[in-house]
Design a protein around this ligand. Structure first.
Ligand SMILES: [Ca+2]
Length: 535
């Protein structure tokens, strides 16, 4: 069954806050005699941002369910009461209305002394709804939580991009790209300090996908906003990977194929069968997909049973699949960006005649400014034009690929990222590419490891859901926990603990550029039988 589009775009990260224990420096209640009133606070905003209104309402704690969440989310219980600040800001000249929400544990005894800003997904900058999972998770974890909508619409609507006369709304684009998170950091920290009469001891940002991109934007552009940034499956190099996810449409047109999902699945099944044991463990996961040299042409002539019909894999389809794995190129063969790794599903970004919605909207509303632009008609030549047009118009505002993190590093900031090797929407190699550029700028991985660590998760899908991940997922909250220990105790994480979706296998995932390798002895499902090695 086709899953709703939203699945991959829902950030799984904020739930992480749930299991984090209260900090030792937690604020203490003074027998309730100094209980802070939940009332509108006069808040300071950055230059160029005007606070329009602040309203405050006490929200009762208790148990919260998220019936519309996909992937499904377990109820969050024992959430303490919080003060719900709704803040509206605008940017003079932009004529925008930006909604922020700041959730402050009402009783200071339930506050861990930390501030956590949260990110968004696809075209959403964050969840400011009444039942915001990131905010409720943050409060449950003892944090002050914050979210912003950047003044733009929902995650699958980019119509805000164009003004009435068809021009790009540069102000809203700047909001979505970076300004809204900086506003949230400044306003959220100010609200925290005024509410508790004490500044937050530490400030964090958490997000995945678009949220991951927002985290990198902060590290690059506002290096003093957060001490810790958890930015997973980051949508950096936005122009490149977004347009790259339309590559399939050009390939299918030019190679004259229209494969079904069933046929495409056959290629991944074959690749996994061929490369599974390169990592010494037969578990249905290619730990290091770049090691897998499987050629799609090996399936030419094979029969595949799809909906009761026997189909024969053609040479044209095999050539097309190799091109999907290799990633987009110019007509003359120059590499433009990365493809998805072998073993990651082709659903969504390689559906014949059905472009993935997020890049389709980017091409329509931003790159071509033509909402009727039809990505299904792309050719190799027009693909290159679209790619170049996207980068030349928008890299400066939304690529967030500047490797110079020196200000962030000097400020003592820590940037932690994990990215699934089976990410079907954002090629994992894009994150590796960025990390290598940072390494080159700083003169080696060791220096960068002081402030920026990347973990590549074998067999894990976009933002780590149970639905398409075949490898172990980071234990709930372990990533944020690791970041907090790094920031506050100087304990830099070498591994992140992970567990398979069915709970049967554990693995401590080693940090890039090391890989997690089976020792060759003992239970392959036990983390104790793996070591970090340099490949
Ligand atoms: Ca394996």
């Amino acid at each position: 069954m086709k899953r709703p589009l939203m699945i991959f775009l829902a950030a799984a990260v904020p739930v992480a806050a749930v299991i984090l224990p209260a900090a030792s420096n937690a604020a203490t209640s003074d027998s309730g005699t100094t209980a802070t009133a939940c009332a509108p606070l006069p808040l300071s905003a950055p230059s160029g941002t005007t606070v329009v209104s602040v309203t405050a309402e006490t929200r009762a704690g208790g148990t919260f369910t998220f019936p519309s969440a996909f992937p499904p989310v377990a109820p969050i219980t024992d959430v303490p009461a919080w003060c719900d600040l709704k803040v509206v800001v605008t940017h003079p000249g932009v004529n925008d209305t930006v909604n922020l929400r700041i959730a402050l544990p009402q009783d200071p005894i339930n506050w861990n002394g930390r501030f956590q800003a949260t990110g968004g997904s696809a075209y959403s900058a964050g969840d400011v709804s009444d039942r915001s999972l990131p905010l409720i998770s943050a409060v449950k974890g003892g944090y002050v939580g914050a979210a912003t909508d950047a003044g733009v619409k929902t995650s699958q609507d980019a119509s805000w991009a164009l003004t009435a006369d068809g021009e790009i709304n540069a102000g809203l684009l700047t909001n979505f790209a970076s300004r809204s998170v900086h506003d949230m950091a400044v306003i959220g920290k100010d609200a925290t300090a005024k509410f508790y009469q004490r500044a937050a001891s530490y400030s964090y940002f958490t997000g995945c996908s678009t949220g991951g991109r927002q985290g990198y934007a902060e590290a690059q552009q506002y290096p003093n906003d957060f001490q810790g940034i958890l930015a997973n499956a980051p949508a950096i190099d936005w122009n490149r990977f977004e347009i790259a996810t339309l590559w399939s449409q050009a390939v299918f047109n030019e190679e004259k194929v229209a494969p079904t999902k069933c046929e495409l699945d056959a290629f991944n099944t074959a690749a996994v069968a061929a490369c599974d044991t390169l990592d010494r463990v037969k578990d249905g996961v290619i730990d290091n997909p770049r090691d897998c040299a499987f050629d799609a042409r090996r399936l030419i002539g094979h029969k595949v049973l799809c909906d009761g019909q026997e189909l024969t894999i053609t040479k044209a389809l095999a050539v097309a699949v190799n091109k999907l794995w290799a990633g987009p190129t110019t007509p003359s063969g120059k590499k433009l960006w990365y493809g998805q790794n072998k073993g990651s599903i082709f659903d969504y970004i390689a559906a014949a005649g059905k472009p993935f919605k997020v890049p389709e909207l980017w091409a329509q509303y931003f790159v071509t400014k033509n909402p009727a632009f039809d990505a299904t008609k792309l050719t190799y030549q027009s693909f290159e034009q679209l790619f170049n047009s996207a980068t030349s118009q928008y890299d400066a505002v939304i690529a967030h690929n500047n490797p110079n993190l020196s200000k962030f590093a000097r400020a003592g900031g820590k940037l932690l990222t994990w990215h699934g090797q089976s990410d079907q929407l954002i090629p994992t190699q894009g994150t590796v590419h960025y990390r290598k550029r940072v390494d080159a700028l700083f003169g080696g991985t060791k220096r960068v490891d002081d402030f920026y660590r990347v973990f590549l998760l074998p067999g894990v899908d976009h933002c780590g859901t149970k639905f398409f991940s075949t490898g172990p997922l980071i234990n709930s909250g372990a990533d944020l926990n690791a970041l907090v220990n790094w920031v506050e105790k100087g304990q830099a994480p070498n591994t992140l603990p992970a567990t398979s979706a069915d709970g049967s296998a554990t693995r401590d995932i080693c940090r890039y550029p090391m890989v997690t390798r089976y020792t060759g002895h003992g239970d392959t499902k036990s983390a104790t039988n793996y070591r970090c090695v340099t490949p």
